[in-house]
Design a protein around this ligand. Structure first.
Ligand code: IPE
Ligand code: IPE
Ligand code: MG
Length: 220
């Protein structure tokens, strides 16, 4: 029996979130620069997206670049952004062929202009797809997202379109980047690190956490 046949499809999570970690260590093992690891991580992204689409997982959120990742050496940040632009433009046709919708969460305006434009174009081109939604977390961190939500809510209170006693959990949900998405039931982190690293802190409240020692480029 194949692994796929063993999966109980009636118990499939609606939303899986993944911290794709270990690209740098994988490259080091091969005696290569860190960016080689990021490039090889793209294959695992493709596999994960295809597996979710095939099984019928509605949402897959991938942590691709955190707010904190801006502090990495400039060379690595530039190479990662270039990889992102290139990958998005190269994969849009496949996303459409496989009926996969692309979305993104995070401080997207902080991305380089070519990256932002490529991303918006791919989001627009795939917006009517219905099989699976692939959410890229880019320049994302949960504290940034929560801070943003608090600022928006405070503005509504100031202009009297919302009163403090009417703030509910749903008010917070609807001011997060993930508004309208189901909460992840499963969060996976590769590379043996047992941390959440500022990822979906509010949304993961009830998620199962699964940690594997495999490095992301080996996770396919
Ligand atoms: C994850 O791999 C990818 C990104 C954060 C962009 P890392 O680059 O964090 O790889 P390690 O953790 O240094 O091995
Ligand atoms: C988390 O991985 C962010 C992404 C996978 C994009 P990091 O490697 O950046 O996180 P830390 O530094 O180990 O917490
Ligand atoms: Mg890491």
């Amino acid at each position: 029996m194949s692994l796929k046949e063993k999966i109980n499809l009636s118990k499939l999570p609606q939303h899986i979130a993944i911290i794709m970690d270990g690209n740098g260590r994988w490259a080091k093992q091969q005696g290569e620069q860190r960016i080689f690891g990021h490039e090889n991580g793209v294959k695992s992204v493709r596999e994960a997206v295809e597996a979710c689409a095939e099984l019928g997982v509605n949402y897959l959120t991938l942590y691709a670049f955190s707010t904190e990742n801006w502090n990495r050496p400039q060379e690595e940040v530039i190479a990662l952004m270039q990889l992102l632009v290139h990958t998005i433009s190269a994969e849009t046709a496949t996303l459409n062929k496989n009926n996969i919708r692309l979305q993104a969460i995070g401080d997207l305006k902080s991305l380089p202009a070519d990256c932002y434009n490529e991303l918006q174009e791919a989001i627009e081109k795939t917006k009517d797809n219905t099989r699976t939604t692939l959410v890229l977390a880019l320049s994302y961190s949960s504290r940034w997202e929560l801070l943003n939500a608090v600022q928006q809510i405070a503005e509504k209170i100031q202009n009297k379109t919302l009163s403090p006693q009417n703030i509910t959990e749903n008010t917070i949900n609807t001011h997060l980047c993930t508004a309208g998405m189901p909460e992840p039931e499963l969060m996976i982190r590769t590379s043996g690190e047992h941390r959440i690293s500022n990822f979906l802190l509010w949304q993961l409240a009830y998620a199962e956490l699964y940690f594997t020692d495999k490095l992301w480029p080996d996770s396919n």
